[in-house]
Design a protein around this ligand. Structure first.
Ligand SMILES: Cc1cc2nc3c(=O)[nH]c(=O)nc-3n(C[C@H](O)[C@H](O)[C@H](O)COP(=O)(O)O)c2cc1C
Length: 329
């Protein structure tokens, strides 16, 4: 039996499979099922900016960021209760289960959750993931403006808690290598790439905007695979892959690219928690077959830092394929 353990966010996980922040792990029962399935850790569902967004969607009003409005939203939504529920959930998980618990706060501004980072730490969470996934739709904001806002949020988080911090980003970042370096220089221990936004579609019969493709497919993994292999050893951070990891093959590829751990959601919605055990068994089998005793034996082996042909990561390869110089193997 190979050793599947991995050190992530200062925690020793028994294996690299983390249940991604989602409704799968929004209550004690979900986290219990994750633990029974053998998950290495869970990231519980993000705290409450989403609740505000749901409220916005229903009322058609947008939160402007004014403190008075914040007070209003807090009391209107009884958010104190929502947050208290979250803190109680962490306490209950920590008193009843042993699986490492990473709390998650979905933030687009440091204002809404500032008090809770400390309270999450006091409730017993093992680490904190900042979900900074933002759709950059505002034409008045430059890439630098957005990056600076993210860095401000990280700074406030760093000042408010001693918990190991992870930052989860969406894919819409202009110069990721540079920005990832900045993030990792600001007290963040892990970068989680990439969050998957609700997919957008149009119902042509009803003339309505609708959600679509609620769950990812394995083909969507390519983006995080590429970026994890580019960033491995180039930034001073652990890397955790999310989106499109559905099976043991996906997990193995992400570790070969340089992932410390991986996060799964869609495959569990589609196949149930039992997929975790299947993945672990197959990972074990593959490691035995390749004479790997531990994950470090092959982690990052196919990262850019190990490549003799860095052109695989660049445009040149694309041009070759287009012009037929190099046929798809
Ligand atoms: C129903 C659902 C709820 C989710 N809720 C959250 C959340 O609260 N916070 C968060 O950071 N990500 C959330 N996600 C994103 C997942 O954590 C994950 O990053 C994404 O689904 C990509 O992984 P996958 O391809 O394995 O699904 C959610 C995903 C789904 C499908």
């Amino acid at each position: 039996m190979a050793d599947l353990s991995t050190n992530y966010l200062g925690l020793k996980l028994k294996n690299p499979i983390i249940i991604a922040s989602s409704t799968l792990v929004q209550n004690l029962q979900g986290v219990r099922e994750a633990e029974q399935a053998g998950a290495g850790a869970v990231v519980i569902r993000s705290l409450f900016e989403e609740v505000i967004r749901e409220k916005e969607a229903k009322s058609g009003e947008l939160y402007s960021g004014h403190p008075e409005e914040y007070e209003y939203i807090m009391s209107e939504l009884n958010l104190e209760y929502g947050a208290n529920y979250y803190l109680e959930l962490i306490e209950n998980i920590k008193s009843q289960l042993t699986v490492p618990v990473i709390a998650s706060i979905n933030c687009t501004t440091p204002k809404l959750w500032i008090n809770y980072a400390k309270r999450i730490e006091m409730a017993g969470a093992d680490a904190l993931e900042l979900n900074l996934s933002l759709m950059p739709m505002d034409p008045g904001k430059s890439s630098l403006d957005i990056e600076q806002e993210f860095l401000n949020i990280i700074k406030v988080a760093r000042e408010n808690t001693k918990l190991p911090l992870a930052v989860k980003l969406g894919p819409y970042i202009t110069s990721l290598s540079r920005f990832a370096n900045q993030i990792c220089g600001s007290g963040v221990r892990s970068l989680v790439l990439f969050n998957r936004f609700y997919q957008f579609d149009i119902d042509v019969e009803k003339n309505e905007i609708i959600g679509a493709n609620w769950y990812s497919t394995p083909a969507e993994m390519s983006l995080s695979l590429r970026w994890i292999s580019i960033l491995y050893k180039h930034i001073n951070c652990e890397l955790c892959a999310t989106t499109g990891i559905h099976d043991s093959l996906g997990v193995i590829k992400q570790i070969l690219a340089g992932s410390t751990a991986v996060q799964l959601a869609s495959t569990i919605y589609l196949n149930g928690f039992s997929i975790v055990n299947t993945i672990l068994q197959e990972l074990n089998h593959w490691m035995d077959k390749n004479s790997y005793n531990q994950l470090d034996d092959f982690r990052g082996k196919l990262s850019l830092s190990q490549q003799k042909n860095p052109e695989h990561y660049e445009r040149l390869q694309y041009i070759k394929a287009l012009t037929g110089i190099e046929k798809r193997k």
